[in-house]
Design a protein around this ligand. Structure first.
Ligand code: UDX
Length: 437
């Protein structure tokens, strides 16, 4: 099948490569010449495990190419829109400028029977509005909404073998045709009985934001329990294990710590509250503001705990920050709790030295005032406190006996509850977890 993917950011680059790997003939289009040049040369503009291999193999097959010219979308039967929907400046709402521009730019290049497929996360009601734009264009093209649930760090596997497919399609014959076209795109997933939900636009749009709102709520729930554990002497990690054994609850996404970040969960719950308010149902998701507040309080807690743990004033104290990306196996620092903690500690006058296996470059571009080290030994040397904020395997594997010989004071704040507290204490460290005695 001939496919175009508009937008070669995180989502689009992965989607285009994965679709070509599945045997389709794909053109990826982006307005950023630097991005297109990198991808055309087989280089990924960001870190994502497995993507370089898939990109290289798809390029070698001749089924994948990239272009800055939207006219190159002509001839494809299915056009994925995978552009960003960032948070608007000074507001909670999603900025739809890029989605609207992508659809407008596509229209002159469409043929009758083409299908535009929205992948971007959008406020409910967007697909219906865009469908009207497509219908008014007289091109004879149709529109579907097919939300993406990929996780950074597992993006390739989540795209090639998703845990479910959701198609938001129009009613009637146009909808049936859209389902048939999408089934052809996802033939390999359909063949392996991947659960498929065929629904209307509004439901498809809401599935995505509801899923992210649920995940964010689950994390903030356990972080709220951590706050209660902190004033009652309980251990939130054992609490999470115990409630997680209940299969109705489940243990995943119950890791208390410095909270969630990244390019999706924070902005998506904010955009959801903004859209619900526009629809006159702000109260229905008012709890998401609390979810957001709990989440942001955890960053503050890590900063406060670190300052309190120091055996000297924070001003000029060397603090080693382990982790900058919003989660391991990613170089993404968008709304990263880890980077935020480093910046806040620096703001208090600490001599912050931060390390991360992948996210230093992105962090430096945003916060040049911080000191960065690639080497763990140099990062730890002479530190009055160590703060672990992203649970990279490299940090989990640090030998506490070795690390104790490097620092000035063996004090560690484990912002992800990921280290073996018993082992670290045995090596002479004063260990602080979140929501743990
Ligand atoms: C998320 C959704 O999982 C994905 O389905 C959607 O398509 C995009 O948003 P992603 O942003 O890649 O994916 O990260 P995810 O793995 O969900 O983690 C989000 C944040 O929550 C990270 O900062 C992570 O560290 C944090 N987290 C996760 C916790 O603090 N505790 C947990 O138990 C789980």
């Amino acid at each position: 099948m001939k496919i175009s993917v508009i937008g070669c950011g995180y989502l689009g680059a992965v989607h285009a490569s994965a679709m070509a790997e599945l045997g389709h003939e794909v053109v990826g289009i982006d307005v950023d010449p630097a991005k297109i040049e990198a991808l055309s040369n087989g280089r990924t503009p960001f870190f994502e495990p497995g993507l370089p291999e898939v990109l290289t193999s798809a390029m070698a097959s001749g089924r994948l190419r990239f272009s800055t010219d939207i006219a190159d979308a002509a001839g494809a039967a299915v056009h994925f829109v995978a552009v960003g929907t960032p948070q608007k400046k000074g507001s909670y709402a999603a900025d739809l400028t890029y989605v609207d521009a992508a659809v407008d730019a596509l229209l002159p290049h469409l043929s009758a029977g083409d299908l535009i497929v929205g992948k971007s996360t959008v406020p409910v009601g967007t697909a219906a509005r865009l469908a009207a734009v497509v219908a008014a264009s007289g091109t004879g093209a149709a529109l579907a909404w097919n939300p993406e649930f990929l996780r950074e760090g597992f993006a390739v596997q989540d795209t090639i073998a998703p845990d479910r497919l959701v198609y938001g399609v129009p009613a009637g014959e146009a909808g049936e045709r859209a389902v048939a076209q999408l089934n052809e795109v996802y033939a390999s997933a359909i063949a392996t009985q991947t659960p498929l939900v065929v629904t209307d636009y509004a439901t498809a749009e809401l599935v995505k934001v509801a899923a992210n709102a649920f995940l964010a709520t689950k994390i903030s729930f356990i972080n709220a329990m951590a706050e209660i554990a902190e004033v009652s002497g309980a251990d939130v990690t054992q609490l999470a294990d115990a409630i997680g054994y209940d299969t109705r609850i489940g243990r995943r996404f119950l890791n208390a710590g410095v909270g969630f970040g990244g390019g999706c969960l924070p902005k998506d719950i904010r955009a959801f509250t903004a859209r619900a308010e526009e629809l006159g149902r702000g109260e229905s998701v008012a709890f998401l503001k609390e979810v957001d507040s709990i989440n942001l309080r955890r960053r503050q807690r890590v900063v406060d705990l670190t300052v309190a743990a120091l055996d000297r004033p924070v001003y000029n104290a060397k603090v080693a920050v382990l982790g900058l990306s919003f989660k391991p196996h990613s170089d993404d620092v968008r709304d990263s709790p880890a980077l935020d903690v480093a910046v806040q500690l620096r703001g208090l006058g600490a001599d912050v030295v931060a390390s991360d296996p992948q996210a230093i470059e992105n962090s430096r571009a945003r916060h040049p005032q911080l000191s960065y080290e690639t080497d763990i030994e140099t990062t730890l040397r002479g530190a009055s406190a160590v703060v672990l904020v992203t649970e990279w395997p490299e940090f989990k594997d640090i030998d506490p006996v070795w690390a104790a010989t490097l620092v000035e004071t063996p004090t560690i704040v484990d912002g992800r509850n990921t280290l073996d507290a018993v082992k670290w204490r045995a090596a002479g460290w004063t260990y602080y977890g979140l929501g743990r005695p």
